[in-house]
Design a protein around this ligand. Structure first.
Ligand code: FE2
Ligand code: FE2
Length: 206
């Protein structure tokens, strides 16, 4: 471990009593330094992870729209607000808030991206919903040319089919209106922090 003052080009450490791993590439990092990195990473993520995700969510706040009345930021807030008012548990509200966080980065696979990001912190049901909500959304795209409205039918009978269908019907396809008031993001910030305070679990993406 190196505790010397940061040299030019080094990213500052989050805490002054932390150290940099020695070694110019990963093959040179010592076992002692790997253990130090593990300790520092645990503390780093405990402090940074939720804020990082919230920063990603806020990116869409000021972005223009390509035609929907509202941004993905307000869409997430509307979904979370309605789900909170419907009495859903906190984890599910957070999943609703963040379900389209990857839309602008990977529109065609944004459900898989969200499932990969949040699956380790949520239930199998919510992971499955994140993964496949796009296919369920197609059912509601009644007049959209070329959309297979029956895409969800291959999942009919799956244990999480009904929940996912309800999420999309009540909280996703309905939350694209400029006249739908929401709670401020600040109302959900503590929930997001508690969401990431649970230890991640190993998951297989469906
Ligand atoms: Fe989506
Ligand atoms: Fe959505």
């Amino acid at each position: 471990m190196s505790t010397e003052a940061p040299t030019a080009g080094r990213t500052p450490l989050m805490r002054p009593d932390w150290g940099y791993a020695t070694g110019r590439d990963m093959e040179e990092i010592t076992r002692e330094d790997w253990e130090m990195l593990a300790r520092q990473k645990t503390a780093f993520l405990a402090e940074r992870q939720a804020n990082h995700v919230l920063s990603m969510f806020r990116v869409a706040e000021e972005q223009p729209s390509f035609g929907y009345e509202i941004s993905m930021y307000r869409h997430g807030l509307q979904a979370a607000t309605l789900m909170h008012r419907a009495g859903f548990d906190e984890e599910t509200v957070v999943v609703g808030l963040l379900h389209d966080i990857a839309y602008d980065a990977s529109p065609d696979t944004h459900g898989a991206a969200a499932a990969a990001m949040f699956g380790p912190y949520c239930s199998d049901r919510n992971l499955w919903m994140l993964r496949w909500h796009q296919d369920f959304g197609a059912y509601h795209s009644v007049h959209c040319p070329g959309v297979d409205r029956g895409a969800r039918e291959r999942f009919r009978g799956h244990p999480h089919f009904e929940f996912t269908a309800r999420f999309v019907a009540e909280f996703d396809q309905t939350t694209i209106r400029a006249d739908l008031p929401t709670l401020p993001l600040e109302a959900f910030v503590p929930m997001v922090h508690r969401f990431f305070a649970t230890p991640p679990r190993a998951v297989e993406l469906p």
